[in-house]
Design a protein around this ligand. Structure first.
Ligand SMILES: O=C(O)[C@@H](O)C(=O)COP(=O)(O)O
Ligand SMILES: [Zn+2]
Length: 206
């Protein structure tokens, strides 16, 4: 089981996220479903330097089945992939603006960011805010799996976003759009703002 193309896609995505500042240090992790297995970045790796041969293999329960020790969030990636059978990839980052929003008090826990733009409504949809758990705490798994059945993107309190996509490209688009909308949201604080109406949002499937 080498899954060479998927390995190369993960590495290209990881490098791209890192090069554009959407991850830093050794934060963030990516996964791609390959049949009943999942390739995932190894724990402690920098997405700027991770290599195709370094990737870990888990199953859909999150159990480690090959390669180096997987990301401590492997259980979350598996939970999102179980919840969304059409999803092929999951991306988690600590991108700055989304992480900032994840630390704010008083957010709507069912709808943490307003639909400021059509692209957010189309690519991200409604964004639930999950309670704080320490990174790698498997106790977050059930709540994440339940919310992921009806949402492609989740925001982890005091941490960052995790997003599932029908392809790795779609997951990357969504996590980037989430980051840009978090930035707009913070830029517009205190400025009278008109998000999309519920009708405009619904028309876009958001
Ligand atoms: O925040 C954390 O510690 C993890 O969620 C993370 O982003 C990186 O952890 P690993 O994938 O285990 O390196
Ligand atoms: Zn993290």
């Amino acid at each position: 089981m080498t899954f060479e193309n998927e390995r190369l896609s993960i590495v290209a995505a990881a490098r791209s996220l890192f090069a554009r500042g959407l991850t830093h240090g050794s934060t963030g992790n990516l996964s791609v479903r390959v049949g009943d297995r999942v390739l995932v970045t190894p724990t402690g790796s920098s997405l700027g330097t991770v290599e195709a041969a370094d990737l870990s293999l888990i199953d859909l329960t999150g159990a480690h089945v090959g390669g180096p020790k997987p990301s401590k969030e492997a259980f979350l990636h598996a939970a999102l992939l179980r919840a969304r059978p059409d999803a092929q990839a999951v991306v988690h980052t600590h991108s700055t603006y989304a992480a900032a929003v994840s630390c704010m008090d008083g957010l709507d826990r069912d709808d943490a960011l307003p639909p400021l733009t059509a692209y957010f409504a189309m690519r991200v949809g409604r964004l639930p805010l999950l309670p704080y758990y320490a990174p790698g705490d498997a106790a977050l798994g059930p709540a994440a799996e339940e919310k992921a059945r009806t949402h492609r993107a989740l925001l982890l309190s005091n941490h960052g976003p995790i997003v599932a996509g029908a392809s790795l490209g779609a997951a990357l688009d969504a996590v980037e759009e989430l980051e840009e909308t978090a930035k707009l949201f913070l830029l517009l604080r205190g400025v009278p703002t008109r998000p999309l109406t519920p009708e405009q949002r619904a028309a876009l499937g958001g």
